[in-house]
Design a protein around this ligand. Sequence first.
Ligand code: OSB
Ligand code: MG
Length: 379
Amino acid sequence: MTLSVDRIVLREIRLPLKEPFRISSGVIAERRIALLELHHPDGLVGWSECVAFEQPNYSAETIDTAWFAIREWAAPRVLGQSLPGPNAVHDLLDRDVRGHNMAKAAVEMGLWELSARMRGVPLSRLLGGTRERIATGISLGIQPNPDALVERATAALAQGYRKIKIKIAPDRDVAYLRAVRDALGDAVDVMADANSAYTLANANVLRQLDAFGLIMIEQPLGRDDLLRHATLQRELRTPLCLDESITCLDRAEDMVTLGSGRIINIKAGRVGGFRASLAIHDYCRTHHVPVWCGGMLESGVGRAHNVALASLPNFTLPGDLSPSARYWERDIVTPEWTMGKDGMVQVPLTEPGMGVAVDLDRVDNLTVRRDVLSARRAA
Ligand code: OSB
Ligand code: MG
């Protein structure tokens, strides 16, 4: 059986978050999520999720630009084709189409998932994953005051989380992190994520963060900046971790060459899919750069893809892989994602593919927009 799709059902669902999630550049209360259902001519189906947000405050891409890019450029490239395998899809989608990584990733990752089902292997193992359990961290949005943050961080620790990531922004940084460190003690792995809210002009604030023994500071400066991050890293003891700046393998290599950071947060959507994620993973492993799996407030489908990726050997730091109940009243997959009291998430290894089933009735109920892309239309 060759890897092939003759129909992609593109749906938009809306899932309200249990509570709004605030980062330095905006707040998300309801997730608008694009889901892809990729149909093999022989009947098997692969699933994926596009991680783009509603607003362009994290990346230039949004769900609406991704919808357009999937329909007009990415899907037509693969529909009706006989593909050599999922590894070939990245280059096929990338050729002469600049950017739109999240749109490309959604199609590419759906083909990996379909391929795993065709071969009868778990997605994790198809990708080269070796772990059975993955350490999990929580990402805490910006809170109204330090006390509220301490409350969240304390509760997260009690639930078993292995890493506490705190969103920061100018004037919501030093006092917040000091309060958390004072409350949790020195032994807990705490980090900060600025989502590009700082410039070198306020580097003095970032230097003050060195006092808190953070395991890393994520993306303090511009989303496409590597030079200033290198300057900043030379002035800080705390390792910098890049998220937004790493959009492909070349940027990971640039980070290492320039010294712009010492850790990478891999989000498959941001880098254009699994093939690019694996390339970055392998490169970082060779260069002794730890990586971890970031999150984009995904539904259970995106989380399945993240968990599979995070099972690779150089994902040595806890991932942003919170269980379903942290985000949603109810997820769209069964079983829902859970985390043990030890802060570990199980990698599904008993079934082919991503290892969770999409609750189609629920998805249909949540669907607000639907497009059926077929090979004929693409021709
Ligand atoms: O930078 O990782 C980020 C959420 C929205 C926008 C950007 C980021 C995040 C997260 C969420 O940190 C992590 C998760 O999915 O739990
Ligand atoms: Mg980040």
